[in-house]
Structure formats: structure tokens, C-alpha cells
Design a protein around this ligand. Structure first.
Ligand code: NAD
Ligand code: ZN
Ligand code: ZN
Length: 340
């Protein structure tokens, strides 16, 4: 099978031929159809974060495909069934976090495309209990971005407790942001979309954003305050200054939800304003299996649109460069054999 491999941090990925992996107990082997390029994969390939993957590894945590082989003890999935393999490759199922509905915080978790090989390949392994069945009516190409960009932003809005009639600021209208705008609209909120490229701002308006803010020329905080202040600001831009900008546009009691993970990122939070205004800063990491099931249900019901550019895995290195330059439609998805 073909796989795109990170051999060293910061070096181009190498397309290699590898033997098909054999599923161990509790695992399945998947013949991939589609795999999304999340900005996290770029952070992984560059070794951007304090906890690093160990090269060589295959990135990718938006892999979707058909189950090809069942490992010992797997009874609830069948050969030929379409599944998605998210960032949460496996969690322990026994700790306080797993038992309280916060499996995404499990300290024993293994992350797909980071702690084990991921979806930039023709085949991959997954732990069957965390391979998410994809409902009929959701194509592999659409399911891929939903598997991380979708579930992560859907969860971020839950964490923010967004309610109808609130103002939600979405900072960064890329893979994650284009779905965040739609979930905020589904929740009934008014949406302010912020980005630094014309294409993304146009896309946000097309997806229903009520207010479009160009961070290249507008004072983001001032525009948001003028609109009444944001009840929630979802920080998805890979840029520290964008976090501070959107934080300054919160209304009293508002919440900054940190999602993007710029390398070595820190922000200064003014103590006086935070205390007097009663604002909060919350981190949000992907979503649970139940969150992903809900994301797929919404898509199957026709309530979300996935905007993507379909490419071959051979373009992986130029695709990464294009994402870094902001020159792609919301998400790049590698077609690994949908037969289109
Ligand atoms: P992306 O590159 O597709 O999107 C980023 C967007 O931010 C682009 O549209 C870009 O034009 C815009 N942008 C850049 N600078 C900006 C600025 N100053 N102000 C406003 N917008 C700006 O990336 P993505 O795949 O959507 O991922 C975004 C981030 O989220 C990455 O850091 C990724 O690692 C992280 N992430 C976190 C989680 C989580 O669970 N917390 C999950 C997935 C991804
Ligand atoms: Zn991701
Ligand atoms: Zn656990």
C-alpha cells in the first residue's frame, strides 16, 4: 500500500510503498477512500508542539474508508462498512474523564496520525470501538472533513454554550471555521466571521455569516464591540494575535474558546478586564464519539455543506504549502479511491 510518511520534522513527506498493516485484537483494517488535510497534520509534520510524534509516522486523522479486515474479537463492525477514524484513536474507557463523557481528556488516549499511523495512506488500522460508522447519505469525501474540522467546531460551540440570539465570532474561516459558521447558525446565533483572505470572507458570507470582518484592515475587537460584543469567540486562526484580537471583542460574560494551536502560542489576558467583565478563556479539544455521531447526523439531514478541494495524495507537499499560504478552498481532501 502507498503511504505519505513524515521522515523528519520540517522535511517534505515521502510517498512510500509499505506492506498492508495487520489488525491486532480489537482493531480493523480500513481501505481508505478519502482523507482530509487538517492544519494539525502540518503542526505534526513540523514538530510544532511540546509533545511531539516520533518519525517516521503517517499523519492524518480525517480518514474515511471501508472496513477490509476484522481483528480478533471485533463483532460490531462488518467488512465493507464505511467508517471514519478521528484524532481520538482510542481512550482507556475506565478513567474519570472517560466515565464522565470527557473521553477527549483521557490521559491514556492514542491520537491518530500522531501516536499511531494515520490516514495519509491507502490502508490504515483503527481501534474498532473508536472507528465511527458513517451513515448512508454521507459521502466519504464529505465525511473526511467532518471527522475533525466538523466535530471539533461542533464541540467548541457546545463548550461555549451557544444559544439562539447570541453573537458568535468565528476567527479563521479555514477547514474548521467554515463548519463553525454553519454550526453557529444551526444553533440560532448571529455570526461574525473573521479572516484575512478575500476568498474566505466571501465563503463565510455565502455560508450565512451575518457580519464579515477583514482582520487585515478592520479592528476586530472594535467591530465586535460595536455589534454588541461576542457572547462566544471561537479562535481557529493559527495566529496568536488573532486570539487577543477576538478576546477584546467579547461582551461581558463572554467566552473565548481556544481551538487553534499555533506553535509556541501564548496570549496575554488582561486581568482587570477579565475580572470586571467576567469573561472566560476555555480550551477545547476535538469531540467525543457521540459528538461525531451528531455531526454526521446533521450532515445526513442536509443541514451542513462541506467545502473542499479534491486532490491526489501525491500532491501532499504542495497541498501543505497551499494551506500555509491560505490558498485553498476550506479543506483539501485526498481522494484515495472513491472511484469518482
Ligand atoms: P486552516 O489553515 O484551514 O484555517 C486557518 C484559517 O485562519 C485560514 O482561513 C486563514 O486564512 C485564517 N487566518 C490566518 N490568520 C488569521 C488572522 N490573523 N485572523 C483571522 N483569520 C486568520 O486550519 P484548520 O485546519 O482550520 O485548523 C486551524 C487550527 O486549529 C490549527 O492550529 C489546528 O491545529 C487546530 N485544530 C485544533 C483542534 C482542537 O481540537 N483543538 C482540532 C483541529 C484543528
Ligand atoms: Zn484535525
Ligand atoms: Zn480514559
Amino acid at each position: 500500500m502507498k503511504a505519505a510518511v513524515v521522515r523528519a520534522f520540517g522535511a517534505p513527506l515521502v510517498i512510500e510503498e509499505r506492506p498492508d498493516p495487520e489488525p491486532g485484537p480489537g482493531q480493523v483494517r480500513i481501505r481508505l477512500e478519502a482523507s482530509g488535510l487538517c492544519h494539525t497534520d502540518i503542526h505534526a509534520a513540523r514538530g510544532d508542539w511540546p509533545v511531539k510524534p516520533i518519525p517516521p509516522f503517517v499523519p492524518g486523522h480525517e480518514g474515511v474508508g471501508l472496513v477490509e479486515k476484522l481483528g480478533e474479537g471485533v463483532t460490531h463492525l462488518g467488512v465493507g462498512q464505511r467508517v471514519a477514524v478521528p484524532w481520538l484513536g482510542k481512550a482507556c474507557g475506565r478513567c474519570e474523564h472517560c466515565l464522565s463523557g470527557w473521553e477527549t481528556l483521557c490521559e491514556q488516549q492514542v491520537n491518530t496520525g500522531y501516536g499511531c499511523d494515520g490516514g495519509y495512506a491507502e490502508k490504515m488500522l483503527a481501534w474498532a470501538d473508536f472507528a465511527q460508522p458513517v451513515p448512508d447519505g454521507v459521502s466519504a469525501l464529505d465525511a473526511a472533513p467532518l471527522t475533525c474540522a466538523g466535530v471539533t467546531t461542533y464541540k467548541a460551540l457546545k463548550v461555549a454554550g451557544v444559544r439562539p440570539a447570541q453573537l458568535v465570532a468565528v476567527s479563521g474561516i479555514g477547514g474548521l471555521g467554515h463548519l463553525a459558521v454553519q454550526y453557529a447558525k444551526i444553533a440560532g446565533a448571529r455570526v461574525a466571521a473573521i479572516d484575512v483572505t478575500d476568498d474566505k470572507l466571501e465563503l463565510a458570507a455565502e455560508l450565512g455569516a451575518d457580519l464579515v470582518v477583514d482582520a487585515r484592515k478592520d479592528d476586530v475587537g472594535a467591530v465586535l464591540r460595536q455589534a454588541g460584543g461576542a457572547h462566544a469567540a471561537i479562535a481557529l486562526a493559527v495566529n496568536e494575535d488573532a486570539f487577543a484580537a477576538v478576546n477584546s471583542g467579547l461582551r461581558r460574560g463572554g467566552k473565548l474558546v481556544m481551538v487553534a494551536l499555533p506553535a509556541h502560542g501564548t496570549i496575554q489576558v488582561p486581568i482587570f478586564d477579565t475580572v470586571l467583565n467576567g469573561t472566560s478563556v476555555i480550551g477545547s479539544i476535538v469531540g467525543t464519539r457521540q459528538d461525531l455521531a451528531e455531526v454526521f447526523q446533521l450532515h445526513a439531514a442536509g443541514r451542513t455543506r462541506v467545502i473542499s478541494e479534491i486532490r491526489s495524495l501525491d500532491t501532499v507537499n504542495e497541498s501543505i504549502d497551499d494551506v500555509l499560504r491560505g490558498q485553498v478552498k476550506a479543506r483539501i481532501v485526498f481522494d484515495l479511491g472513491t472511484g469518482r
